[in-house]
Design a binder for this molecule. Structure first.
Ligand code: BGC
Length: 384
């Protein structure tokens, strides 16, 4: 056994990998600030191996799957220094493949919905994979969340991280152009988690990548997020039709349940009966951030759990934030720690361009052309 381990480590070193590969079931925690550690997590039906990478820095511990770039676990301390996993997920690969509502996954090519899965670009009409009623959601039936990414670990100064690569071929899910994507997850020495997205194409296309982490700062499986306080720096949001496709209007949040400009418990107005909430079964909308598109990440939202004291501050360069209050969690999924998730047991804050932008000339453009590089960044900072 010891010999085997040495052989594997020597092999990895020979291959120039900044990581240690261990067999299934071998428990080894990542050392804070040290090299990411890789374990076999499971195999897909066709035998493809899926790995789980562990990395830690500045009090944050992160576990990432090569399948979908999924953040399977993210542990941060509470006000007493006690760590808890604050993201919803599953213990095993099979549940991710069979029934995940995008837990922790990278989303592509297009975050959120495109109406009827149709858009026209440079005079050509495209029909995308439709997987949410008549609409296309999160890239279609087999989005970036359902592919195995190539993962490359790194350490750089006091940062540790992973670079994830996936190439989506021309026509995949109906999208034009071969899209080469690179996503970098970095943990800095203060425990902040940064995501940098990059993509290039060989034909004009649309792109809107995001991360679909479900947060519960009191700890995954601990109950509702309705007592979490949320602030969103946005005076407007994009109302939707019954299929959750934006109507194109940029409505004012003032005087509505959608006003989170000052910290407010999520549960305070969630049952206010506003028609937009009734059709979404809660909050499931894009907030048009007041700062608009910025050259670098700017603070746009803060989430705080009063019980644990944990806080999450989000900074992004993107123009929109989709706040989804876990409305479709219905008690049928059993999470990482063995407890079921019910409605509102976790929430998503997805930094992105507006849903259905390819069909709304008044929304910021999501078009990417050959020769251009799509680049966006989001930073998650944890505190107590
Ligand atoms: C969408 C929800 C959807 C969820 C995933 C969110 O980004 O806005 O409508 O149900 O993702 O299941």
């Amino acid at each position: 056994m010891e010999l085997n381990r040495r052989t594997v480590i020597a092999g990895a070193a020979a291959a120039g990998l900044a990581a240690t590969t261990l067999g299934p079931g071998t428990a080894q925690a990542a050392v804070p600030g040290g090299k990411p550690v890789k374990h076999l997590f499971g195999r897909l039906a066709d035998g493809t191996k899926v790995y789980r990478w562990s990395l830690a820095n500045g009090g944050t511990r992160l576990k990432v799957l090569s399948y979908g770039g999924i953040v399977q676990s993210l542990e941060v301390p509470d006000r007493h220094g006690r760590h808890a996993n604050v993201v919803a997920g599953f213990a095993g690969l099979d549940d991710y493949v069979a029934s995940s509502p995008y837990f922790g996954a990278l989303i592509g090519r297009y975050g959120n919905r495109i109406g009827k899965g149709r858009f026209t670009l440079d005079g050509t009409a495209y029909q995308l994979s439709v997987n949410d009623g008549e609409n296309s959601l999160h890239g279609g039936a087999k989005g970036f969340d359902k592919h195995v990414w190539d993962v490359e670990p790194f350490t750089r100064g006091s940062d540790v991280g992973l670079r994830l690569y996936y190439t989506s071929v021309d026509g995949e899910m109906g999208y034009p152009g071969t899209l080469r994507s690179k996503v970098t997850y970095t943990l800095d020495r203060h425990g902040a988690w940064r995501i940098d997205y990059e993509a290039t194409t060989n034909r004009a296309t649309v792109v809107n990548l995001t991360s679909h982490v479900y947060w519960n700062l009191a700890g995954e499986g601990s109950g509702t997020i309705e007592d979490h306080e949320l602030t969103i720096a946005a005076s407007r949001y994009t109302p939707t039709d019954a299929g959750l496709i934006p109507t194109g209007e940029l409505a004012r949040v003032g005087g509505t349940p959608f006003d989170f400009r000052r910290a407010k418990p999520i549960g305070r107005d969630i049952r206010a009966g506003h028609v937009q909430q009734v059709q979404a079964k809660g909050y499931d909308h894009n907030w048009a951030l007041d700062k608009g598109i910025t050259a670098g990440p700017k603070h746009v939202a803060t989430l705080r759990d009063p019980r644990s004291g944990r806080t999450l501050a989000i900074a992004t360069d993107q123009p929109g934030l989709q706040f989804y209050s876990g409305n479709f969690l219905d008690g049928t999924l059993t999470g990482t720690g063995g407890r079921t998730y019910r409605q509102g047991d976790a929430l998503c804050l997805e930094t992105q361009h507006f849903p259905d932008s390819p069909n709304h000339a008044n929304f910021p453009s999501t078009v990417l052309r050959p020769g251009q590089t799509y680049r966006t960044s989001t930073v998650h900072t944890f505190g107590t």
